[in-house]
Design a protein around this ligand. Structure first.
Ligand code: GLU
Length: 282
């Protein structure tokens, strides 16, 4: 059975791009007698707000979308993320990183530092130091080199049956658990997709760069791999992306303007966008 999911972050109100993702995920699953799951990605407690969680439920109902099973709330799943991180620790595939934002900014602007991925490797080879960890805030990063040596470069299946392979530069020492949260996006995402039995991840093309990392984590954790459908992004007709900071029109505002949510969802299923919007080229 096909299982898809919609996994918004409650850091603002949903816009048309979210609506397309949700409508598509719902349609792909339900059209084949499958399930559509909902997950609230609220690990970043500094940016997430309860009223935006309520807004997600309200917007989905307006679009006529219902979901199967309980809503999975990431902030309630600390134990599951810790277990996954412990597994990676026991495989010696993670390291504690004590760098502050300022340290990293400085390292990355230093001469010759710019060719490095987003992390310059500062803490990768530090000795294991439980005392320092007990007294100093730190995050946990993937040791990407060791991980790739163990599991090899991952590949994944796109919904059109193409098999795509990761390139070595696609995978860096990403943060898996933050100083102030039990997991960061990639780790929480793969643990939760597996917990919900997701067989196809439907999400925007902007998240495609996350897929090599997430596939590698699935391999390391022994998690079944889903297929991926990365859909085109919706932008303004003049080519600008829909961004919160750009005052993208929210679904709430469209509703207040009298737009019919059910009709909008029908149009999105037919690939038709309201006036003023367009699919962006990849
Ligand atoms: N929470 C992410 C977002 O709102 C989506 C993550 C995903 O679909 O994998 O952009």
């Amino acid at each position: 059975m096909i299982v898809t999911r919609f996994a918004p972050s409650p850091t603002g109100r949903l816009h048309l791009g979210h609506a397309f993702s949700a409508v598509l995920g719902h349609w792909v699953a339900r059209g084949q007698g499958g399930q559509f799951r909902l997950r609230i990605e609220d690990l970043d407690q500094t940016r997430c707000r309860p009223e935006f969680v309520d807004g997600i439920y309200e917007d989905l109902r307006w679009l006529g979308l219902d979901w199967d099973g309980d809503v999975l709330i990431q902030s309630q799943r600390t134990a599951e993320y810790e277990a996954a991180l412990d597994r990676l620790k026991s495989l010696r595939l993670v390291f504690a990183c004590f760098c502050t934002r300022a340290d990293l900014a400085q390292a990355l602007t230093a001469p010759h530092g710019d060719a490095m991925a987003s992390y310059p490797g500062t803490c990768r080879y530090l000795p294991n130091d439980p005392e320092r960890r007990a007294s100093t805030p730190h995050c946990w990063r993937l040791d990407s080199q060791k991980a790739l040596d163990l599991a090899g470069l991952p590949a994944w299946v796109e919904s059109d049956a193409r098999v795509l392979s990761a390139m070595p530069g696609d995978i860096g020492d990403v943060i898996l658990a933050r100083k102030d949260a039990p997991a960061a996006y990639h780790l929480a995402c793969v643990v939760d997709d597996a917990a919900s039995g997701v067989t196809m991840v439907v999400r925007g093309e902007d998240l495609r760069p996350s897929t090599p990392i997430q596939r590698l984590l699935q391999n390391l954790l022994g998690i079944d791999q889903p297929a991926y459908l990365h859909h085109a992004l919706i932008g303004h007709a003049d080519g600008r992306r829909l961004a919160k900071r750009d005052q993208a029109p929210t679904l709430a505002a469209m509703r207040e303007d009298g737009v019919d949510g059910l009709a909008l969802a029908d149009d999105l299923r037919a690939g038709e966008l309201p006036l003023g919007f367009a699919f962006l080229d990849a």
